[in-house]
Design a protein around this ligand. Structure first.
Ligand code: RB5
Length: 151
């Protein structure tokens, strides 16, 4: 499994902690995010997009986005056809957005949660398996909406 990670200036510190967590677990990732010393006020959509594209084009399997709140990154990500990004700050939601919504990305905020909760959220997300049946049917309806408005 390869994870696309990205962040804006509001998520640098949690991104560093995330990379340490993934390194310790031996999980591969590509960092598309902003790093200290770059432009002073980067725009979160610019950093969400490369990670989303890595998932859509098959370079990565799942994605993790971090900004101040996780909201801007998740809104931007969910505009990309094929991306289902859950905005989550708890382990239950992180697991369920993978199982029920077939989320292929999650987003959270460095100004909202700390490193410990973040690691638990990531673990819950990457270890969950998308469910078939009625959940797949609902995800297919989301895809149909996406296609309808993608003209
Ligand atoms: C940056 O100040 C902040 O707006 C951004 O990181 C994010 O929280 C947006 O949703």
């Amino acid at each position: 499994m390869k994870i696309a990670i990205s962040n804006d200036h509001g998520g640098i510190n949690l991104k560093i902690a995330l990379k340490k967590y993934l390194d310790d677990k031996g999980i591969e990732y590509i960092d598309y995010g902003y790093n200290a010393g770059g432009e002073p006020n980067p725009d979160y959509p610019d950093y969400a997009m490369p990670a989303c594209e890595a998932i859509v084009n098959g370079t990565c399997d799942l994605g993790i986005l971090i900004c101040g709140t996780g909201i801007g990154m998740s809104i931007a990500a969910n505009k990309v056809p094929g991306i289902r990004c859950g905005h989550t700050h708890d382990t239950f939601s992180a697991r369920m957005t993978r199982i029920h919504n077939h989320a292929n990305m999650i987003a959270f905020g460095e100004r909202v949660i700390g490193e410990g909760v973040m690691c638990d959220i990531v673990e819950a997300f990457i270890n969950a398996t998308p469910a078939d049946g009625r959940h797949l049917r609902r995800v297919e309806k989301i895809t149909a909406i996406e296609q309808k408005y993608s003209k």
